[in-house]
Design a protein around this ligand. Structure first.
Ligand SMILES: *Cc1c(COP(=O)(O)O)cnc(C)c1O
Length: 368
């Protein structure tokens, strides 16, 4: 392949490696001719979205010729109520990845720096590098964020600190007092992004809802998504909650219709279906236990996770186990790209899907 145009690209773009998503089921079916495959690779909700959200978008299909509400009024109103903030403090995104990119576009430029942890969500380095800004990686502690190591990297050029709570792919999390202490001690001209993509799965007493701290820390941005517990990954909708001044800046770089009309409706209705969310939570809890028990029985160590996924050490390259599992019609996620060459990440599926994964994993590990 020629690199003529690559030399013309913006410097940050030249060095980028695109995000590697979980393998879609349709691709496995095409490549391996398997029809009964299961996907446990992208932390999707095995129950799907709220049936009420599906019904709501079905009844709206005759309005697809119209542009969506570019201000997302109804959804913002519902989210403002949920977080006890003003509507002006909500910024909607085409998935929370979109919001992360808006934050990077608004605050980073070549010469400035962003801080994130080793093993942290891959989108933080991506959005940082795309702009040509410099990423600083703090070494992890027990696979999780080491806040002291992160604080030690702050300097005059630091504009953003990205924190995933919990982190993907490791499932590690930060307690309320340690995280708030970190934010309190940060210079107030450094933006701190707390990415809470999995918060709905966690009911631990000292796990924080950081949006409660917004009045105290004007440099705080909290991001959430409808892709995980709400089961709406295919529609792409997420959001940021922050102070009004920062929200206005994010809106300057936001595309006018970045969230489509079906996504707006589905998310608004999904927020009202607490029974479905509770069911998703309960299934995830039992699925995590099911996986932990199986790994214990197989003598495999894993990184304790509070998300809807878990990273297990398979004692050989994760890539080889990933490929062998594909042959069995099970898609998981190799995490060598994160610096975890002997782990694979498996998402919590239904009880039956996890049974099948466990059987396939035993089979694969027995053979190689
Ligand atoms: C899945 C995930 C997201 C959500 O991405 P969307 O763009 O909202 O689908 C954000 N942050 C982390 C850490 C994730 O794992």
């Amino acid at each position: 392949m020629s690199d003529f145009f690559t030399h013309l690209a913006a410097p940050g773009v030249q060095g980028l490696r695109p995000y590697e998503p979980g393998k879609p089921l349709s691709e496995l079916q095409r490549e391996y001719g398997l029809s009964e495959a299961i996907k446990l690779a992208s932390n999707e909700n095995p129950l799907g979205p709220s049936p009420k959200a599906i019904a709501a978008i079905q009844s709206q299909l005759d309005q697809l010729a119209l542009y969506p509400d570019g201000n997302g009024f109804e959804l913002k109103r519902a989210l403002a109520e949920k977080h006890a903030v003003a509507m002006e403090q909500i910024t909607l995104g085409n998935g929370s990845n979109d919001v992360l990119e808006l934050i990077a576009r608004a605050f980073l430029s070549p010469g400035s720096e962003a801080i994130y942890s080793q093993y942290a969500f891959a989108v933080y380095p991506l959005v940082t590098q795309a702009i040509g800004a410099t990423g600083r990686v703090a070494e992890a502690r027990d696979f999780g964020h080491d806040l002291q190591a992160m604080a030690a990297l702050v300097n005059d050029k630091t504009r953003i600190v990205f924190i995933a709570n919990p982190n993907n792919p490791t499932g590690t999390w930060l307690k309320s007092d340690e995280l708030e202490g970190f934010i309190r001690d940060l210079p107030n001209n450094v933006i701190v992004v707390v990415d809470e993509a999995y918060s709905e799965y966690i009911d631990l007493a000292d796990y924080p809802d950081s949006s409660e701290w917004l009045a105290l820390y004007p440099n705080l941005i909290v991001t959430r998504t409808f892709s995980k517990a709400y089961g709406l990954a295919g529609l792409r909708v997420g959001y940021a909650v922050c102070g009004v001044e920062i929200a206005n800046l994010l809106n300057r770089v936001r595309q006018p219709f970045n969230v489509n009309s079906l996504a707006l409706t589905a998310a608004t209705i999904a927020l009202q279906d607490s029974a479905h969310l509770q069911q998703s939570f309960a299934l995830n809890r039992s699925g995590l236990r099911q996986l932990e028990l199986a790994f214990d029985q197989m003598g495999l160590s894993y990184i304790p996770s509070v998300g809807n996924f878990i990273c297990v050490d398979v004692g050989r390259t994760g890539q080889s186990v990933y490929e062998a599992l594909l042959q069995q019609g099970v898609i998981v996620r190799p995490v060598g790209g994160y610096g975890l060459p002997n782990h694979v990440r498996v998402s919590v599926g239904t009880t039956a899907e996890l049974e099948r994964f466990i059987g396939a994993l035993k089979h694969v590990l027995d053979r190689c």
